[in-house]
Design a protein around this ligand. Structure first.
Ligand code: C2E
Ligand code: MG
Ligand code: MG
Ligand code: MG
Length: 279
């Protein structure tokens, strides 16, 4: 009977996997066209100082303006792009566009309105030979100084070893800042963190969500700022949605934050907080 069930399961299992694979390939094929036809957009979300709410930087977040399905969020196509390798040209396009835009903002509103643009870089992109060199070329043609760019990488990319770490070291050596994204959710080795090419810890939203609650819920957020300070890194609290959370984070010693409370990701021309910073 067990064999029978096993067989039965296999029959239903196989087509399901094929379907998923087919779905991913379909998305990837459409995304290829989207990239060539200019359907991708970069939205920007402010990263602010907690004491006065002023923006210090922006995070670049890719969107897909689909002709029929409307605006598609990255969670729906980044995984397919990762699996097929399409993330390499997509990521390169986002980098170039974000650097171009940041250079323009700095010319338009002055260097005080925007210190840096922060761009997500996937593990696959980082492992691609020559990543650091291409990044340098992107900065040069955008006319943006390395110090005005931050790359966000995941703990997986940094701690799984291999060439990704070498590329990151090179990137940091020529002056680009490196942030560890979704910090606390991956499998960081806190021991390795000390010697890693990392400047900023982006503390994941899941720890920010409950920072106003008493006891054990806020203890992680407190521990993470302790690690960050101890290693002389900067911490950015992600996903801050309320004034209460902002206040609790400030009391714990956080200095930077990002979240709907300060502003949602918006197209470049709607990011009015940069112009407001001048007043
Ligand atoms: P992430 O890098 O951790 O970016 C933060 C995500 O949290 C963004 O989602 C942002 O819109 C959302 N967020 C920010 N503040 C709040 C808040 O207060 N509340 C809530 N509920 N959400 C908030 P988004 O734009 O959908 O991006 C999702 C993920 O997709 C990103 O997570 C990042 O891992 C990935 N991604 C986005 N753009 C790129 C890209 O250009 N390249 C790569 N490789 N990945 C990207
Ligand atoms: Mg990010
Ligand atoms: Mg993040
Ligand atoms: Mg996150």
């Amino acid at each position: 009977a067990a064999k029978e069930r096993g067989k039965g399961r296999q029959v239903t299992y196989q087509p399901c996997m094929d379907q998923r694979g087919a779905e991913q390939s379909r998305i990837a094929a459409e995304l290829r066209v989207a990239l060539d036809e200019g359907q991708l957009r970069v939205f920007y979300q402010p990263i602010v100082r907690l004491d006065d709410g002023r923006p210090v930087g922006v995070e670049a977040l890719v969107r897909w303006q689909h002709p029929e399905r409307g605006m598609i969020r990255p969670d729906l196509f980044i995984p397919a792009a990762e699996r097929t390798g399409l993330i390499v040209p997509v990521g390169q396009w986002v980098l170039a566009e974000a650097c171009r835009q940041a250079a323009q903002w700095r010319r338009e509103f002055g260097p005080d309105a925007l210190q840096y643009v922060s761009v997500n870089v996937s593990p696959r992109q980082l492992r691609e030979a020559g990543f650091a060199g291409r990044l340098r070329e992107v900065l040069r043609s955008a006319g943006l100084a390395p110090a005005n760019l931050m790359v966000e990488v995941t703990e997986t990319a940094v701690f799984d070893g291999g060439s990704a770490l070498d590329e990151l070291r090179e990137v940091q050596r020529f002056g680009v800042q490196v942030a560890l994204d979704d910090f606390g959710t991956g499998h960081s080795s806190l021991g390795l963190l000390r010697t890693c090419p990392v400047d900023v810890l982006k503390v994941d939203k899941s720890f920010v969500d409950r920072v106003t609650e008493a006891g054990e819920h806020s203890v992680i957020a407190e521990a993470l700022i302790g690690i960050s300070d101890g290693l002389r890194l900067r911490a950015v609290a992600e996903g801050v949605e309320t004034a209460e959370q902002a206040e609790a984070l400030r009391r714990l010693g956080y200095r930077y934050a990002q979240g709907y409370h300060y502003g949602r990701p918006v197209p470049a021309d709607e990011l009015t907080s940069l112009t407001a910073a001048l007043r």
